[in-house]
Design a protein around this ligand. Structure first.
Ligand code: DC
Length: 231
């Protein structure tokens, strides 16, 4: 049986988005990166001068957010266009300020509830690859295939470093490594929907694997989920 709903979870820079994008393209499914939503709420709070520690104000922003995610309109390495109130914020939501504050924002129950509701609506339509931290555990527990993609924190920090350099930013790899450790800690210890593999997830460590190797493995599972126990 072919999987119609595929959940891909894992820590920052584990390769989830690349895997999810390639998988969706191979299967002709929608690719949906849920991290974009938490990033957009964070950016909206920062832009409006709302302190990210102000839970009720940030929750109100999440409930009112005018957010749209569309197919990429520019060929600059983006996986999709992210529009906030009609404005392109695709790269702004990847800024260091958003990186620093997004874990705090994504801890708030009201923010998660608003985002989870929107994500479920999209996911339950099927023919979707949804990537995040809690897709297999909370957002779409009915997903027929759940992948938890991991990699060592050093490998992940290095990947982020290379990506930032490629975009022309001057960055320090140690600062990225420290920031990533802190984000892992916050994401996996929060009370609500923490980062963890679902019980029925297939866990893949990508530290020593190429993008192609991971994709081949997951594509075989997606085409026939009955093989899952053999992965
Ligand atoms: O995948 P990302 O780095 O773009 O995610 C940004 C943040 O959003 C991450 O620190 C945790 C949060 N997030 C979440 O809590 N739940 C999700 N399903 C996706 C992301």
């Amino acid at each position: 049986m072919k999987a119609r709903i595929i959940a891909i979870d894992g820590p920052a820079a584990s390769g989830k988005s690349t895997l999810a994008e390639n998988l969706a393209s191979a299967l002709d499914y929608l690719y949906f990166d849920t991290g974009v939503m938490y990033r957009a709420v964070t950016l909206a709070a920062l832009k409006s001068g709302t302190p990210v520690m102000d839970e009720s104000a940030v929750t109100a922003i999440a409930n009112e957010l005018d957010l749209d995610v569309q197919s990429p309109s520019i060929d600059d390495g983006r996986q999709c266009d992210v529009l906030m109130a009609g404005k392109d914020v695709t790269w702004e939501i990847r800024s260091p300020a958003v990186d620093e504050n997004v874990s705090q924002v994504s801890m708030y129950p009201g923010v998660r509830e608003a985002m989870t509701r929107r994500q479920r609506e999209i996911g339950l339509r099927g023919a979707v690859v949804m990537a995040g931290r809690d897709i297999g555990t909370v957002v779409l527990p009915e997903a027929e295939l759940k992948i938890y993609l991991d990699a060592s924190v050093e490998a992940r920090a290095n990947r982020r470093y290379e990506e930032s350099l490629g975009r022309g930013n001057s960055v320090n790899v140690d600062v990225i490594l420290e920031g990533m450790r802190e984000r892992d800690r916050l994401d996996s210890t929060r009370a609500l929907a923490p980062l963890r593999p679902a019980e029925d997830a297939v866990i893949i460590d990508s530290t020593e694997l190429s993008i192609h190797e991971v994709l081949e493995k997951v594509l075989a599972l997606a085409e026939d989920v009955s093989q899952q126990g053999e992965a």
